[in-house]
Design a protein around this ligand. Structure first.
Ligand code: KIV
Ligand code: NA
Length: 272
């Protein structure tokens, strides 16, 4: 398959829906690659989904670098976008550019950061450094302490207008796409229509240019699944059954069996 670039994603707007999914490690990135997705996001949701933290606020740049590198070793065609974690871009434009560079050196081909016009200067500086940036508006989990938890956004005119203004300022700063998380379908539709760059939505309805879901939500490996996610398979049940059978087999002396065994190539009895 042809390599997907940030430019290619930009051009997909109005052409066909963009398919994005998270992955945090080698086996899941390998599956996403073979499923033919356009974008793999190494999301900071990894903090909750695979590191067991209570939120994304605990995730460090080192965590993101390590997981981005693992994904990059498995995925060839999809665009690899690395999330900029909490603490890696807020304090200054310089810290933002340095963090983005670290993620690119790890194998990221674009970065994503949360926030609107208040971070437009960071977005522009990162783009000026040659790194494509994806925006993230609506429910922004890194700001959950301030915005008061995980409730849907832009259901009223005030928040919808704010969303549109933030989206426009990100476009002006140079983003190639914007994630809209948990906003009303109506607001997402307006933003999608007004922007020249694609919207990639999660929990934001059907009128977007693309969709993104968390890998572990799709396959049933998340402990907490948001209401807008769709579980296509119950991999936890399949894995639990396999592990339980393995434990039973070991306890019953059924594993390993002859096919899993290597034999000595000469008699060893005299060593006994
Ligand atoms: O970290 C993540 O998984 C994300 C997606 C929900 C867009 O940012
Ligand atoms: Na994220």
């Amino acid at each position: 398959r042809e390599k997907v670039t940030a430019r290619r994603i930009l051009k997909m707007k109005g052409e066909r829906p963009i398919v994005a999914v998270t992955a945090y490690d080698y086996p899941t990135a390998w599956i996403a690659e073979d499923a033919g997705v356009d974008v793999i996001l190494v999301g900071d949701s990894l903090g909750m989904v695979v590191l067991g933290y209570p939120s994304t606020l605990q995730v460090t740049l080192d965590d993101m670098v390590r997981h981005t590198a693992a994904v990059a070793r498995a995925a060839r065609s999809p665009l690899i976008v690395a999330d900029m974690p909490f603490g890696s871009y807020e304090s200054s434009v310089t810290s933002a550019v340095e963090s983005a560079i670290a993620l690119v050196r790890a194998g990221g081909e674009a970065v994503k950061l949360e926030g609107g016009s208040e971070y437009a200067d960071r977005v522009k500086a990162i783009v000026d450094a040659g790194i494509p940036v994806m925006g993230h508006l609506g429910l922004t989990p890194q700001r959950a302490l301030r915005i008061g938890g995980y409730r849907p956004r832009a259901r009223g005119r005030g928040e919808a207008r704010e969303l549109l203004l933030d989206a426009e300022s990100l476009v002006e700063a140079g983003v190639f796409s914007i994630v809209l998380e948990f906003v009303s379908e109506e607001a997402a539709e307006i933003v999608t229509r007004r922007l020249p760059v694609p919207t990639i939505c999660i929990g934001s309805g059907r009128r977007c240019d693309g969709q993104i879901l968390v890998f572990h939500d799709i396959v049933g490996l998340s402990r907490l699944t948001p209401p807008f996610a769709k579980k296509y398979v119950d991999a936890r049940r399949i894995m639990l059954e396999a592990l339980s059978r393995y434990a039973e087999d070991v306890r019953a002396g059924r594993f390993p069996s002859e096919e899993h065994v290597v034999h000595a190539k000469e008699p060893l009895d005299d060593l006994d």
